[in-house]
Design a protein around this ligand. Structure first.
Ligand code: CUA
Length: 346
């Protein structure tokens, strides 16, 4: 029986260790989650070994012999055994519960001086707002500092998850949810929406970059000084981004805004190279504007700010988020209108 149990421990242990079930941890919270995982897994391997050993031993030792037609000895309960198999699992389950509760409470604690980041989720894009109204569609974080996210959704339920950071939290329309992440190593990761939220759910991702605290401070300062909405995604090179955030024409800002606000997730627009069909195509808005009896730019603006004012034939009201007037800066909104209206040729 001991040999069988040892074999079961070996098999269970190899399955647990050799297969990379979890990504390499990149946050304090993930470290604790990994600890909880191993705590429960080791208990499970022990129980698996015990059960496997008793079953295999019993099946082999007490198997019926040929020509044995007897009923076998009558057996009544075994009080000691029953107490043991009630008390031991109870203790183990309580232990797992206590460890999980402690980890949950520690993982909700951002420490004395957390960085605060507001998260806006919508079909199908993420947007992050830092202090001084610094906006970004890339999540940039400092290493070794607690980050407190407060999250709101413009439309349906989304869920924020960076696999290497462990923490996961739903973003629910109508309420503000919170989550804490403390990155422990620099690098690039991917934030994934992990709640089925519509046709573009699988594309609802955002790049994550963890920087040293000094580099993060520089990044935040540069972004705070840059014109709102410019200089996005210039930081590919190490150290200083060369773009400098100047010289972006209205059309460029419009194109950037179109991409960042997630317009292409729903609308076909040849200039931006998108072909989604959740909302009406945006390539020729003249007819629709004429129908509404207003100039094209005015029509475009009112359609962004108040999407249900005019609904294109064959489309439903209430699908497009109504908060672009708040989530976009005035400069971004102007540029987006110009970009979509086709005015101010390049
Ligand atoms: Cu947002 Cu899935």
């Amino acid at each position: 029986m001991v040999v069988i149990a040892a074999l079961a421990v070996l098999v269970g242990g190899l399955v647990a260790v050799l297969i990379p079930w979890l990504p390499e941890s990149a946050s304090e919270e993930m470290d604790r989650i990994v600890f909880t995982y191993w705590f429960a897994t080791i208990i499970c391997i022990g129980i698996f070994a015990l059960v496997a050993a008793v079953i295999v031993y019993a099946v082999w030792t007490f198997r019926v012999q040929p020509d044995d037609d007897t009923d076998g000895p009558p057996i009544h309960g075994h009080t000691g055994l029953e107490i043991a198999w009630t008390v031991v699992p109870a203790i183990l389950v309580i232990a797992i519960g206590v460890v999980s509760a402690v980890v949950l409470s520690q993982n909700a604690d951002a420490g004395p001086d957390p960085l605060k980041v507001r998260v806006f989720a919508q079909q199908f894009a993420w947007r992050f707002v830092y202090e001084n109204d610094v906006r970004s569609n890339e999540l940039v974080l400092p290493v070794d500092r607690g980050v407190e996210f407060t999250m709101v959704s413009a439309d349906v339920i989304h869920s924020l998850w960076i696999p290497e950071m462990g923490q996961k939290q739903d973003v629910v329309p109508g309420i503000t949810t919170e989550i804490v992440i403390t990155p422990t190593r620099t690098g690039r990761f991917t934030l994934i929406c992990t709640e089925l939220c519509g046709l573009g759910h699988s594309t609802m991702r955002a790049p994550v970059r963890v920087l040293t605290q000094a580099n993060f401070a520089t990044w935040l300062e540069q972004r705070a000084q840059a014109e709102p909405g410019t200089g996005e995604d210039e930081g590919e090179g190490e150290g200083k981004g060369e773009g400098g955030g100047t010289g972006g024409s209205v059309q460029e800002l419009g194109a950037t805004t179109f991409a960042q606000a997630g317009c292409g997730g729903c609308h076909a627009f040849a200039k931006a190279g998108t072909d989604a069909q959740i909302g009406p195509a945006l390539d020729d808005l003249t007819a629709a504007a004429n129908e509404a009896g207003i100039p094209v730019p005015e029509f475009v603006r009112s359609s962004i700010v108040d999407p249900d004012a005019v609904i294109a034939p064959d489309y439903q009201p209430g699908v497009m988020p109504k908060d672009f007037a708040q989530s976009l800066s005035p400069e971004e909104l102007d540029a987006l209108v110009a970009y979509l209206s086709g005015e101010a040729s390049e």
